[in-house]
Design a protein. Sequence first.
Length: 234
Amino acid sequence: MNVFLNILVILLAIIAFLVLYYLSLKRDQKARDFHLSLKNTDYETGEEIGVDNSNMYQETKTKIKEEKKIEESVLKEFPREEYPLREYYNKNYIRLFARDPGFLFAYWEIKNPDFYQNEAFLRLVNTKKNNSHDIRINHQARDWYLQAEPANNYYILIGFKKNGVFYPLIQSNEITTPLNQPSAIVDEQWMTIEELSKYSYRIDMGSISLIKEIEARKMEAELEADSYSLVKTK
C-alpha cells in the first residue's frame, strides 16, 4: 500500500511539473508573438507614411560607430593617464571644517623646513571661550580629526615647538560648530506669509537685485582661500 501511494505521489508531481512547463512555454510564445506583432506594426506604419524602416537599424548602427570613433579620437588626443590627481601642490595651506557638532576635520600642506626639523603641533583655538590646547602630530600627517564642542567658534594654527615655545606657521579659517539639538529660533531666516504680504509692496526689483549682489559677494569671499601664512615669504 505504501509503495502504491509513493508511486501515485511521484506521478502527480511529474504531471504538475509537465503542466507548469507547458504553461511556461505558452507564455513565452505569446510574448514572442506580441513583440513580433509590434515590430510588424512599426514597419506597416512606416510604409504608410513613406518612411523606409528597413534603413533605420543600419543608420542607428552607423551613428553608434561614428560616436565611438569620436570618443576614441578624443581619448587619443587627451589620454586620461596623463592627468593624474596631484598629491602635493607645493604651497603652504590649511583648511578647517566642522564635520558635526562634536568633531572638526582639517587638512594641510606644509613646505617650511623648520616644521620638519622640530616637533609638529596643531593648536586648536576656541574663540568663544578664549582658550586653546595643543595636539602633537607626526610630520607625515596630512589631515586630522579634532574633538570640539557644539555651537562654538574655532580655528587652528599649525606649527612647531622648539625649546617649549610654539611657533605658528599657518592659521586656518574660522568655523562654527553646529548645535547638537534643534534650534530654539523658529523664524530665524524666513518671514511668515503675513509678514511677507505686509512688507512685499515696499520692496522693488532694484532692492532685490542689490541684496542678491551683496549676498553673492559675501559667499565668494567665504569660498576664497582662507589660510593665512604667519611667516613672511621672501
